[in-house]
Design a protein around this ligand. Structure first.
Ligand SMILES: NC(=O)c1ccc[n+]([C@@H]2O[C@H](COP(=O)([O-])OP(=O)(O)OC[C@H]3O[C@@H](n4cnc5c(N)ncnc54)[C@H](OP(=O)(O)O)[C@@H]3O)[C@@H](O)[C@H]2O)c1
Length: 279
């Protein structure tokens, strides 16, 4: 249970599908006005229309600070200044480091990390003036434990985790706060769009609705960091306390992929870049 959030304006990046859309539905069902942002105008407008009158849509790429600022201003013009920002827009990327081009590293940082930095910069001054606001950053367990064959993605989410931790301390006592939500795998289009299906037996993908519930809880305040499933918090702690055990476990989980990579390298010689980031 959580105490009720007063009627609020909630801006959600990546609100056109998956976790972001589920979160938008839940905020709207609790009586909040929601502003959704995503790149595909048709998708984000359909998503807002499916929620109802208290939802508005704006199209922007979160990597484009000017376009994103305009989108957030447009939403604020229609609904009022944002009380809650959910930095959820994100893309995956799959590929061994030796086979991944710099463009993939740049794009994942631009979207998954700098996208949140840009959105925060757009809302933070107003929140500080009003002494009220909550920012919820959607990280990942891959932002706490390095994920093999997802180095570009992992690094972007580690950046987001570090940014969130720093900001949380800076904001203490201002009336504005920030939280990090770290899901494990979630059953959305994320994997198909990155070009590689989720391949591990554990953790099992969870329903996006469960992550949305956690985001709504995080918007109410309380814990600075949350995990789903919850036991992932202990997996993170285990990595810090017994790194060798964590590393051996992760090597075992990716034994097949590592074997394939070694085979490709011995057949082809120099690795070929083939990693891709969802565009
Ligand atoms: N699914 C998982 O297993 C998983 C696990 C841990 C964390 N997460 C994180 O959860 C968040 C949501 O993922 P999801 O699973 O819901 O993925 P999804 O179903 O692919 O949805 C991604 C959303 O982000 C938007 N988006 C992507 N790139 C964008 C950009 N450059 N600018 C603006 N919007 C953009 C998409 O719309 P457009 O394509 O139209 O822009 C869409 O609305 C991401 O940050 C992801 O890293 C996901």
């Amino acid at each position: 249970m959580h105490r009720r959030l007063p009627p609020s304006v909630v801006v959600i990046t990546g609100g056109s599908r998956g976790i972001g859309l589920e979160a938008a539905r839940r905020f709207a069902a609790d009586g909040h006005a929601v502003g959704l942002i995503a790149r595909d105008r048709g998708d984000v407008e359909d998503a807002a229309a499916s929620i109802g009158e208290r939802a508005v849509a704006a199209a922007a790429d979160v990597a484009d600070a000017a376009a994103l600022g305009k989108a957030i201003d447009g939403i604020a013009g229609e609904l009022g200044p944002p009380d809650v920002l959910v930095n959820n827009a994100g893309i995956g990327a799959w590929g061994a480091v030796a086979e991944t081009g710099i463009d993939v590293f740049r794009r994942t940082i631009d979207v998954n990390y700098l996208g949140a930095v840009h959105a925060t910069a757009a809302v933070l001054p107003g929140m500080l003036e009003r002494h009220r606001g909550r920012i919820v950053n959607v990280g990942s367990i891959a932002g706490r434990i390095g994920a093999p064959f997802e180095a570009a993605y992992s690094a972007s989410k580690f950046a987001l985790a570090g940014y969130t931790e720093s900001l949380a301390v800076e904001l203490h006592g201002t009336g504005v706060s920030v939280a990090l939500v770290n899901p494990g795998p979630v059953d959305t289009e994320f994997f198909a769009r990155r070009g590689r299906a989720y391949g591990n037996r554990r953790p099992r993908p969870v329903d996006p609705g469960a992550v949305a519930r956690l985001i709504v809880r995080a918007a109410h305040g309380g814990a600075a960091e949350r995990y789903l499933p919850r036991w992932l918090r202990f997996a993170h702690a285990a990595k810090v306390v017994v790194p060798i055990a964590s590393s051996v476990g992760t090597r075992r989980m990716f034994a097949g992929e590592r074997r394939e990579l070694r085979a490709r390298i011995s057949t082809n010689g120099t690795p070929k870049e083939h990693g891709k980031a969802d565009e």
